[in-house]
Structure formats: structure tokens, C-alpha cells
Design a protein around this ligand. Structure first.
Ligand code: WQD
Length: 350
């Protein structure tokens, strides 16, 4: 049984990845500060995996800690290495992730996302743990003329959140170059993860008012807010609303495991991969599909463009498919159906 440490494992993508790991019989260790997440997500993860994993006891051990507290990090690694042998890999979701919030709290974002990651890599190095999958973001790309973003497209983040993600990617590059024979690294550039596990027991549970479109759509559909503001209908797209590459959170979770297994079974390398579906969906299309699939109404009004928004952000995911022989399977309809089931079963989150 391989041992995997998941930093930020109680969060939206982290909890879905922990579930996927347990279902593949990994031993899962979670390090989370619970600043941006609820420990109930992990209780639900165990509930689902116990139901599914009749044959084995799912193994999940939780360490409450903050990446900025090196002692807590050190104690976690020490406990794992003294009681459970070594770590086969680390998946790092631990960071702040709101573009809007990063604009008015850059210091928090640089400290947590960059200094936190430096602390993590320092501790990993001390314990000879050299396999890492890092949660990066499509927000590191500049405004691209062509609609599909490739890994070698121009990198030019326009907000503090994107700046911290690009900085960490460069930091990992320096680490890889400094000891080329040792580190197995991957930076996964997420596009727009949405939806929920099909059980509806785990899902996206933003703390406070959500910024992302999908939780706002489900809040509106449930009547928790009067209407959805669509930020601009004057974009150069077929219906005037911006286009994004939405990917099912379970597809994203499974891709993390596939990438980690690739790192473990191959020689040292540093992979940077787009993780999207390669299909663009406009805001208006997303609303209409959500209404059709779930037989609900999502009242909306057009508002002015949101600062920092781009017209179209869609992944060229050919490198992921060719190198890892894996591609996202779920449709927008699946994402809408699964995300709505989660919301209906958990109107106020965990
Ligand atoms: C999507 C579209 C908005 C809210 C996010 C995260 C970023 C990154 C990628 C991980 C845009 C429109 C939104 C609303 C709207 N995640 N919208 N009304 O901006 O692509 O970036 O995902 O790395 O951290 O911020 O996603 O969901 O905020 O917006 O019209 O009330 O929905 O204009 O076109 P975005 P989003």
C-alpha cells in the first residue's frame, strides 16, 4: 500500500482526490489548516469509501496544521516516517485560490502560496521525499490571441493569485535543475473545476460568499440569491459571454493520481501540464445546460465586465493525453447534474 500525503486534503479538489486515492487502496495522510475547508468533508470521504471499499479498511490519517508553521509540518513528516515508513508522494493543494481576494490581500497570498510551499519543499527534502504534484492554474497564462492555450503559450499572470502560482512553478524548476537526478515533479495547470462526486455527499463548499460561477449558479437555482450577475455580454464570442474550459472535479482528481503514478514509476522529471477538457463553454451555455439538465430556472441579469476577466480560456490538453494516456471523461451535463445533487443534499454546505 503506497503512502500519499495530501496537503489541503479537506478542500474541494483535495477531498475528491482523497476519495479517489482511498478507492485505489492508497494510505492517505492529510495535512490541512481547515482555514478554507471543513473537516466534515473528510468524514464524508470515509463514509463513501467504506461503502465502496468493502474489501479493505480505508486508511485516512489527518494532521491539522499550517504550511507557515514549520514545526507542525516537521512533526507531521516525523510521525509518518516513524510510524508508517516513508511517503511515496505528496499532492499539494494547500493554498489560497480566489483571484478577487488576492487583489486586495496580496501579502496573505504570497505568504501562504509561496512561503508555505517553500516550507513544504524544505521538509520534503529533509525526509528524502522527492515526488510532488503541485496544483497550479491556467491563470498564469497571458491573454492569448489563439483560443487554445498550450503549455508553451505566453505566461503573463494579471493578478497576485496567478503571480504566486507562476512563482511556485519557477521555484520547482530551480529545485529540479539543482538536483536533476532526484526530484519527480509535476505542475498541473487547472482550468475550471466544477461539479461534485456523483453521490452528492462531497462537493464545492466555499467559505463565505463564493466568487466562482458554479456555486453562484447553484445558489441562484436554489433561491439563496435572487439572480445571477453575468459579467458582460459584449465579449467577442458567439453569445457575447466569456468562454471557459470546465472540467469535472472527479476527472481532475483521477488525473492527479495518474500523474503521481507516472512520477513514481518514471525517472526524475518536471512535467507542466494543462488539465482541461479542450472544450469551451460560454457562461450563457453553462446556465442553459444547467437549467435543462436539472429542470430548474437560473434567473440572470447582465452586468458590467469583472476586472481581470479574460474572454476565452480553453486548454490544449494534448500533452496530458499523449504523455499520460488519460483524458477527462465527464460532460458538462454530468458536471451540472452532480453539482446540483450536492447542492440539493447540502444547501448550506457541510
Ligand atoms: C468563470 C466565468 C466570469 C461569476 C477561476 C478561479 C481561478 C482558477 C480558474 C483555479 C467568467 C463568469 C463568474 C459571476 C459571471 N481556479 N462569472 N458571474 O474567473 O475563470 O477563474 O477558475 O486555479 O482561481 O478564479 O472562474 O468561476 O470566477 O468565472 O458571469 O457571478 O463566469 O466572468 O467568465 P475564472 P469564475
Amino acid at each position: 500500500m503506497k503512502n500519499i500525503l495530501v496537503i489541503g486534503g479537506a478542500g474541494f479538489i483535495g477531498s475528491h482526490t482523497c476519495l479517489a486515492l482511498l478507492e485505489k487502496d492508497y494510505k492517505v495522510f492529510v495535512f490541512d489548516s481547515f482555514v478554507n475547508s471543513s473537516s466534515n468533508s473528510l468524514k464524508r470521504v470515509l463514509e463513501i469509501s467504506e461503502l465502496k471499499n468493502k474489501k479493505t479498511e480505508p486508511f485516512l490519517k489527518i494532521y491539522r496544521g499550517d504550511l507557515l508553521n514549520k514545526k507542525q509540518l516537521e512533526n507531521t513528516f516525523k510521525d509518518i516516517y516513524e510510524n508508517y515508513e516513508f511517503l511515496d508522494g505528496v499532492i499539494h493543494f494547500g493554498g489560497l485560490k480566489s483571484v478577487a481576494e488576492s487583489i486586495y490581500s496580496p501579502i496573505e497570498y504570497w505568504k501562504t502560496n509561496v512561503l508555505g510551499t517553500i516550507n513544504l519543499l524544505e521538509t520534503m527534502s529533509k525526509y528524502e521525499s522527492k515526488h510532488l504534484v503541485f496544483s497550479s492554474s491556467a491563470t498564469i497564462y497571458g491573454s492569448s490571441k489563439n483560443s487554445f492555450l498550450k503549455e508553451d503559450s505566453e505566461l503573463n499572470p494579471i493578478n497576485p493569485y496567478g503571480n504566486t502560482k507562476l512563482t511556485v512553478e519557477k521555484f520547482l524548476g530551480d529545485i529540479f535543475k539543482s538536483a536533476r537526478k532526484e526530484w519527480h515533479l509535476a505542475s498541473l495547470r487547472y482550468f475550471n473545476p466544477i461539479g461534485a462526486h456523483y453521490s452528492g455527499l462531497i462537493g464545492e463548499c466555499p467559505i463565505g460568499k463564493p466568487n466562482n460561477i458554479f456555486p453562484l449558479i447553484t445558489n441562484t437555482a436554489l433561491g439563496l440569491q435572487k439572480e445571477l450577475k453575468v459579467f458582460g455580454n459584449d465579449w467577442p464570442t458567439k453569445d457575447g459571454t466569456p468562454i471557459r474550459d470546465y472540467i469535472h472535479v472527479m476527472d481532475l482528481a483521477n488525473i492527479h493520481i495518474r500523474v503521481l503514478e507516472h512520477l513514481i514509476s518514471n525517472k526524475p522529471n518536471y512535467l507542466k501540464l494543462n488539465v482541461g477538457t479542450g472544450k469551451g463553454t460560454s457562461v450563457l451555455e453553462l446556465i442553459k445546460i444547467f437549467e435543462r439538465v436539472n429542470k430548474v430556472r437560473v434567473p440572470y441579469v447582465y452586468a458590467k465586465r469583472r476586472p481581470g476577466d479574460k474572454c476565452s480560456i480553453v486548454a490544449d490538453n494534448s500533452l496530458l493525453i499523449s504523455k499520460l494516456k488519460i483524458s477527462p471523461k465527464s460532460s458538462i451535463e454530468d458536471m451540472c447534474r452532480d453539482g446540483w445533487k450536492w447542492k440539493n443534499l447540502n444547501p448550506n454546505g457541510y
